[in-house]
Design a protein around this ligand. Sequence first.
Ligand code: NAD
Length: 496
Amino acid sequence: METTGQQFIAGKRRSGTSGEQYEVINPATGEVLATDTLAGPEDVHEAVAAARAAFAEWSRTTPAERSEAMLRWADQLHARSEELAQTESRNAGKPIRLTRGFDVPGTIDNVRFFAGAARNLEGRASAEYSADHTSTIRREPIGVIGSIAPWNYPLQMAAWKALPAMAAGNTVVLKPSELTPLTSVLFAETAREAGIPDGVLNIVTGSGPVAGQALITHPDVAMVSFTGSTAVGRQVAAQAAGSVKRVHLELGGKAPFLVFDDADLEAAARGAVAGALINSGQDCTAATRAYVQRPLYKTFVERVAALMDGVRLGPVDDPDTDMGSLISLRQRDRVAAMVEAAREGGATVVRGGRVPDGPLGRTAHYEPTLITDAAQDSAIVQQEVFGPVLVCLPFDTDDEAIHLANDTPYGLAASAWTTNVFRAGRASREIQAGCVWINDHIPIISEMPHGGYKASGFGKDMSAYSFDEYTNVKHVMTEITGTRHKSWHDVIFTSR
Ligand code: NAD
């Protein structure tokens, strides 16, 4: 069990000062991994002060210096990758195969990408857009960024929040979910080992209503970058509006998965199972609503059910385990209640829909679940479940498929499965989501943006597009003729 604190402020690891004790739990076993005191407003204040002090120097480093530091950071993370994978697996109840193969390498790749991107901040060409002036564009860091992250991919979310901000010359105070602070603290610790100055990246582990609130409303925080649920995102935006802070919101999702009648059915069925069960379905882009054209529908449901039967639940440290637990018993019970409500509303639970038997049933596990016959307007189809639950429904026409795909408040991600280039083109254009995959679902890459439409939020994580969130664009206009009475003065006053 860890005894060191879960705050990382001005380069030092310590406990919070709120007086509120808490335990970090392995949700797959119930084991207590760490005990600590949560951050209170004082800790947030101290972290913001450290970030503010560090900004003066960090914002003046050259892109090459930031890039060098981040490349060393990537090496440091790589050297500690097994420790990170084990810690992430235990803290979030994820199978070790997932953290070794996805969470940790994805994070390291993100650090390397932003080390490169730091040297390539773009703007319009300097030129005389007015004959008498030269216009240039400066891209400037904003200041102290208050970042708030969720528990589903603790390490990757810390990276997505911190890296573009830091690469652009900002400093960061990151609040991870209090359920999953362990790898965020390691992430900051490795930054220090790589020579990134104290105060550039600070971690405050506290609750949303206390530490989160203190961060959002802090007068020295210039921008709030939030990843989490749409419900909390709304509150964050409302509170940040009070001090006119810039806000970046990455919120919930309810990704549709369209299977047209010309699709490769086996590829689509495998894609649906992987896309729905990744991270036990606790993925904002997870495949949650499979709409299948009528001729393929029955076979698709049978094939998905058969594939789900082969998914192995088990101890997260066993490399043969496919699916781990949910994040908490609370989340498991929430998922179970949503499935139960669907069943009572007339839906058919084809597979799963229950807590597993035996020891796994005592912790936060839930079986892979396939649901059919749900009404389009029911909660299981419209609302985020954030569990290993796939709803499968039939459609007849292409128009209907596009309509159904867009028929929820969310718009984060979607996929279309077809071998017809025109159908693929129409789906890419007409589905309202920040990402549309064709013949796949889930892959993400550092070079491309991730972000939502509609109630899934606005702004982009990853890729060079994320610099638009974390920089101010300044226009500098220089008069180049030295003329005292400028020609445009004539429209104001004409005296010579
Ligand atoms: P959440 O909204 O409950 O919490 C997210 C973070 O906000 C946590 O750190 C929490 O402590 C904090 N928070 C809670 N209440 C707060 C308040 N009143 N003020 C300030 N901060 C507060 O979300 P969660 O349950 O941790 O994560 C799951 C959600 O995150 C899902 O909705 C999922 O779709 C979303 N998510 C979105 C993306 C994306 O990129 N769009 C990525 C991952 C997760």
